[in-house]
Ligand binder design. Sequence first.
Ligand code: ADP
Ligand code: TYD
Length: 215
Amino acid sequence: MILVSKKGVFITFEGGEGSGKSTQSRLLANRLVLDGFDVVLTREPGGTDGAERIRDLVLTGSADKWGALTEALLYLAARSDHWERVIKPAIDAGKVVISDRFHDSSIIYQGHVKGVPTDFLDFVYKIITGGVVPDRTYLIVTDPQIGLQRSINNHNNKETRFEQMGVEFHRLVLNNFLKLAKQNDRFAVIDGSRSISSIQNDILMDFGQIFVEIV
Ligand code: ADP
Ligand code: TYD
Protein backbone atom coordinates (compact mmCIF):
# COMPACT_ATOMS: atom_id res chain seq x y z
CA MET A 1 0.00 0.00 0.00
CA ILE A 2 1.34 3.41 -0.88
CA LEU A 3 0.15 6.23 1.28
CA VAL A 4 2.07 9.45 1.49
CA SER A 5 -0.39 11.86 2.93
CA LYS A 6 0.57 15.50 3.45
CA LYS A 7 -1.70 15.67 6.46
CA GLY A 8 -2.02 13.04 9.12
CA VAL A 9 -4.69 10.38 9.13
CA PHE A 10 -7.02 9.89 12.08
CA ILE A 11 -8.70 6.51 12.51
CA THR A 12 -10.98 5.43 15.36
CA PHE A 13 -12.39 2.08 16.46
CA GLU A 14 -15.76 1.91 18.17
CA GLY A 15 -18.12 -0.80 19.38
CA GLY A 16 -19.24 -2.62 22.51
CA GLU A 17 -17.09 -4.25 25.18
CA GLY A 18 -15.16 -7.26 23.92
CA SER A 19 -16.18 -6.60 20.31
CA GLY A 20 -12.53 -6.76 19.17
CA LYS A 21 -11.54 -3.07 18.98
CA SER A 22 -8.22 -3.38 20.80
CA THR A 23 -7.24 -6.48 18.82
CA GLN A 24 -8.07 -4.89 15.48
CA SER A 25 -6.61 -1.47 16.23
CA ARG A 26 -3.35 -3.16 17.23
CA LEU A 27 -3.31 -5.33 14.11
CA LEU A 28 -3.95 -2.33 11.84
CA ALA A 29 -1.21 -0.36 13.59
CA ASN A 30 1.28 -3.25 13.27
CA ARG A 31 0.52 -3.65 9.61
CA LEU A 32 0.92 0.05 8.86
CA VAL A 33 4.21 0.15 10.75
CA LEU A 34 5.44 -2.77 8.61
CA ASP A 35 4.39 -0.75 5.56
CA GLY A 36 6.64 2.06 6.77
CA PHE A 37 4.13 4.50 8.28
CA ASP A 38 4.67 6.53 11.38
CA VAL A 39 1.81 5.30 13.56
CA VAL A 40 0.51 6.40 16.95
CA LEU A 41 -1.73 3.79 18.57
CA THR A 42 -3.68 5.19 21.48
CA ARG A 43 -6.91 4.71 23.41
CA GLU A 44 -9.74 6.43 25.26
CA PRO A 45 -10.33 6.99 28.02
CA GLY A 46 -6.60 7.45 28.39
CA GLY A 47 -3.63 8.08 26.14
CA THR A 48 -1.85 10.57 28.44
CA ASP A 49 -0.76 10.34 32.09
CA GLY A 50 -3.59 12.61 33.20
CA ALA A 51 -6.22 10.91 31.06
CA GLU A 52 -5.13 7.48 32.31
CA ARG A 53 -5.77 8.74 35.84
CA ILE A 54 -9.26 9.81 34.78
CA ARG A 55 -9.65 6.35 33.18
CA ASP A 56 -9.10 4.81 36.57
CA LEU A 57 -11.81 7.07 38.06
CA VAL A 58 -14.43 6.21 35.44
CA LEU A 59 -13.79 2.50 34.92
CA THR A 60 -13.47 1.24 38.47
CA GLY A 61 -15.97 0.97 41.30
CA SER A 62 -19.71 0.49 41.31
CA ALA A 63 -21.94 1.14 38.28
CA ASP A 64 -23.67 4.07 40.06
CA LYS A 65 -20.43 5.69 41.25
CA TRP A 66 -20.91 8.73 38.95
CA GLY A 67 -23.99 10.52 37.66
CA ALA A 68 -24.27 10.72 33.86
CA LEU A 69 -23.26 14.39 33.55
CA THR A 70 -20.27 14.05 35.89
CA GLU A 71 -19.14 10.98 33.99
CA ALA A 72 -19.51 12.85 30.66
CA LEU A 73 -17.41 15.74 31.98
CA LEU A 74 -14.71 13.31 33.10
CA TYR A 75 -14.55 11.68 29.65
CA LEU A 76 -14.43 15.11 27.99
CA ALA A 77 -11.67 16.27 30.34
CA ALA A 78 -9.66 13.16 29.48
CA ARG A 79 -10.33 13.75 25.75
CA SER A 80 -9.17 17.36 25.97
CA ASP A 81 -5.82 16.33 27.45
CA HIS A 82 -5.46 13.46 24.98
CA TRP A 83 -6.26 15.68 22.00
CA GLU A 84 -3.97 18.50 23.05
CA ARG A 85 -0.94 16.42 23.98
CA VAL A 86 -1.09 13.37 21.71
CA ILE A 87 -3.62 13.34 18.86
CA LYS A 88 -3.35 16.86 17.46
CA PRO A 89 0.47 17.02 17.49
CA ALA A 90 0.64 13.62 15.76
CA ILE A 91 -1.88 14.56 13.05
CA ASP A 92 -0.07 17.86 12.52
CA ALA A 93 3.19 15.93 12.10
CA GLY A 94 1.62 13.82 9.32
CA LYS A 95 1.34 10.58 11.35
CA VAL A 96 -1.38 7.94 11.28
CA VAL A 97 -3.25 8.12 14.60
CA ILE A 98 -5.36 5.11 15.59
CA SER A 99 -7.53 5.53 18.66
CA ASP A 100 -9.30 2.63 20.36
CA ARG A 101 -12.56 4.55 21.15
CA PHE A 102 -13.11 8.30 20.85
CA HIS A 103 -15.92 10.86 20.99
CA ASP A 104 -18.57 8.59 19.40
CA SER A 105 -18.40 6.55 22.61
CA SER A 106 -19.42 9.65 24.60
CA ILE A 107 -22.28 10.34 22.18
CA ILE A 108 -23.58 6.79 22.58
CA TYR A 109 -22.90 5.91 26.24
CA GLN A 110 -23.30 9.29 27.96
CA GLY A 111 -25.60 10.85 25.34
CA HIS A 112 -28.00 8.37 23.76
CA VAL A 113 -28.05 5.79 26.54
CA LYS A 114 -27.58 7.86 29.72
CA GLY A 115 -29.39 11.01 28.54
CA VAL A 116 -26.76 13.77 28.55
CA PRO A 117 -27.74 16.19 25.74
CA THR A 118 -25.64 15.35 22.69
CA ASP A 119 -25.64 19.04 21.67
CA PHE A 120 -23.73 19.76 24.84
CA LEU A 121 -21.26 16.91 24.23
CA ASP A 122 -20.67 18.09 20.67
CA PHE A 123 -20.33 21.73 21.76
CA VAL A 124 -17.50 20.85 24.17
CA TYR A 125 -15.99 18.50 21.57
CA LYS A 126 -15.79 21.36 19.07
CA ILE A 127 -14.04 23.55 21.61
CA ILE A 128 -11.53 20.76 22.26
CA THR A 129 -10.77 19.83 18.64
CA GLY A 130 -11.90 22.83 16.60
CA GLY A 131 -14.31 20.42 14.88
CA VAL A 132 -11.76 17.97 13.44
CA VAL A 133 -13.39 14.53 13.11
CA PRO A 134 -11.87 11.11 12.42
CA ASP A 135 -11.21 10.32 8.74
CA ARG A 136 -12.57 6.79 9.18
CA THR A 137 -14.29 4.99 12.05
CA TYR A 138 -14.47 1.20 12.21
CA LEU A 139 -17.56 0.10 14.12
CA ILE A 140 -17.02 -3.52 15.11
CA VAL A 141 -20.37 -5.24 15.57
CA THR A 142 -20.33 -8.25 17.87
CA ASP A 143 -23.27 -9.69 19.79
CA PRO A 144 -23.11 -8.01 23.24
CA GLN A 145 -23.56 -11.32 25.06
CA ILE A 146 -20.48 -12.72 23.30
CA GLY A 147 -18.52 -9.49 23.74
CA LEU A 148 -19.26 -9.27 27.46
CA GLN A 149 -18.28 -12.91 27.93
CA ARG A 150 -14.99 -12.28 26.07
CA SER A 151 -14.29 -9.25 28.27
CA ILE A 152 -15.00 -11.18 31.45
CA ASN A 153 -12.78 -14.10 30.34
CA ASN A 154 -10.08 -11.61 29.42
CA HIS A 155 -10.15 -9.90 32.77
CA ASN A 156 -6.90 -9.14 34.47
CA ASN A 157 -7.94 -5.92 36.13
CA LYS A 158 -10.60 -4.03 38.04
CA GLU A 159 -12.06 -2.08 35.10
CA THR A 160 -15.49 -3.64 35.44
CA ARG A 161 -17.76 -0.64 35.98
CA PHE A 162 -19.38 -0.75 32.52
CA GLU A 163 -19.52 -4.54 32.38
CA GLN A 164 -21.73 -4.45 35.49
CA MET A 165 -24.35 -2.50 33.53
CA GLY A 166 -25.86 -5.70 32.06
CA VAL A 167 -26.54 -7.07 28.61
CA GLU A 168 -29.65 -4.92 27.93
CA PHE A 169 -27.59 -1.76 28.46
CA HIS A 170 -25.03 -3.09 25.98
CA ARG A 171 -27.69 -4.01 23.41
CA LEU A 172 -28.94 -0.43 23.59
CA VAL A 173 -25.36 0.78 23.10
CA LEU A 174 -24.96 -1.37 19.99
CA ASN A 175 -28.31 -0.32 18.46
CA ASN A 176 -27.42 3.33 18.95
CA PHE A 177 -23.97 2.84 17.42
CA LEU A 178 -25.61 1.25 14.38
CA LYS A 179 -28.01 4.21 14.01
CA LEU A 180 -25.14 6.68 14.28
CA ALA A 181 -23.16 4.75 11.67
CA LYS A 182 -26.09 4.88 9.23
CA GLN A 183 -26.20 8.67 9.50
CA ASN A 184 -22.52 9.14 8.93
CA ASP A 185 -20.35 8.25 5.93
CA ARG A 186 -17.14 8.16 7.90
CA PHE A 187 -18.21 4.83 9.52
CA ALA A 188 -17.40 1.39 8.14
CA VAL A 189 -19.51 -1.27 9.85
CA ILE A 190 -17.52 -4.47 10.35
CA ASP A 191 -19.02 -7.85 11.29
CA GLY A 192 -17.08 -8.81 14.42
CA SER A 193 -18.54 -12.30 14.77
CA ARG A 194 -15.93 -13.82 12.44
CA SER A 195 -12.30 -14.85 12.88
CA ILE A 196 -9.75 -12.23 13.88
CA SER A 197 -7.99 -12.58 10.52
CA SER A 198 -11.12 -12.15 8.35
CA ILE A 199 -12.07 -9.03 10.28
CA GLN A 200 -8.53 -7.74 9.84
CA ASN A 201 -8.68 -8.38 6.09
CA ASP A 202 -11.90 -6.38 5.75
CA ILE A 203 -10.40 -3.47 7.63
CA LEU A 204 -7.20 -3.51 5.57
CA MET A 205 -9.17 -3.64 2.35
CA ASP A 206 -11.35 -0.71 3.41
CA PHE A 207 -8.34 1.25 4.63
CA GLY A 208 -6.57 0.75 1.30
CA GLN A 209 -9.61 1.87 -0.70
CA ILE A 210 -10.32 4.95 1.40
CA PHE A 211 -6.81 6.25 1.80
CA VAL A 212 -5.60 5.88 -1.71
CA GLU A 213 -7.99 8.77 -2.37
CA ILE A 214 -6.40 11.23 0.05
CA VAL A 215 -2.83 10.65 -1.02
P1 ADP B 1 -12.39 -4.76 22.93
O1 ADP B 1 -11.16 -3.90 22.81
O2 ADP B 1 -13.44 -4.41 21.94
O3 ADP B 1 -12.91 -4.82 24.35
P2 ADP B 1 -10.57 -6.99 22.52
O4 ADP B 1 -9.92 -6.78 21.22
O5 ADP B 1 -9.79 -6.64 23.76
O6 ADP B 1 -11.99 -6.25 22.56
O7 ADP B 1 -11.04 -8.52 22.59
C1 ADP B 1 -11.60 -9.07 23.78
C2 ADP B 1 -11.17 -10.56 23.84
O8 ADP B 1 -11.74 -11.26 22.75
C3 ADP B 1 -9.67 -10.77 23.75
O9 ADP B 1 -9.33 -11.87 24.58
C4 ADP B 1 -9.44 -11.11 22.28
O10 ADP B 1 -8.32 -11.94 22.08
C5 ADP B 1 -10.73 -11.83 21.93
N1 ADP B 1 -11.14 -11.62 20.53
C6 ADP B 1 -11.03 -10.47 19.80
N2 ADP B 1 -11.52 -10.64 18.55
C7 ADP B 1 -11.99 -11.90 18.49
C8 ADP B 1 -12.63 -12.69 17.47
N3 ADP B 1 -12.92 -12.19 16.26
N4 ADP B 1 -12.97 -13.95 17.75
C9 ADP B 1 -12.70 -14.47 18.98
N5 ADP B 1 -12.10 -13.81 20.00
C10 ADP B 1 -11.74 -12.54 19.76
P1 TYD C 1 -12.72 0.24 26.92
O1 TYD C 1 -11.54 0.11 27.79
O2 TYD C 1 -12.50 0.48 25.49
O3 TYD C 1 -13.62 -1.03 27.18
P2 TYD C 1 -13.71 -2.35 26.34
O4 TYD C 1 -12.34 -2.70 25.88
O5 TYD C 1 -14.27 -3.31 27.36
O6 TYD C 1 -14.66 -2.06 25.22
O7 TYD C 1 -13.68 1.42 27.40
C1 TYD C 1 -14.06 1.47 28.69
C2 TYD C 1 -15.51 1.89 28.87
O8 TYD C 1 -15.64 3.29 28.78
C3 TYD C 1 -16.47 1.27 27.89
O9 TYD C 1 -17.46 0.60 28.62
C4 TYD C 1 -17.12 2.46 27.21
C5 TYD C 1 -16.86 3.60 28.14
N1 TYD C 1 -16.73 4.93 27.50
C6 TYD C 1 -17.75 5.85 27.67
O10 TYD C 1 -18.77 5.55 28.31
N2 TYD C 1 -17.61 7.09 27.11
C7 TYD C 1 -16.51 7.45 26.41
O11 TYD C 1 -16.41 8.60 25.92
C8 TYD C 1 -15.46 6.48 26.24
C9 TYD C 1 -14.22 6.85 25.48
C10 TYD C 1 -15.60 5.22 26.80
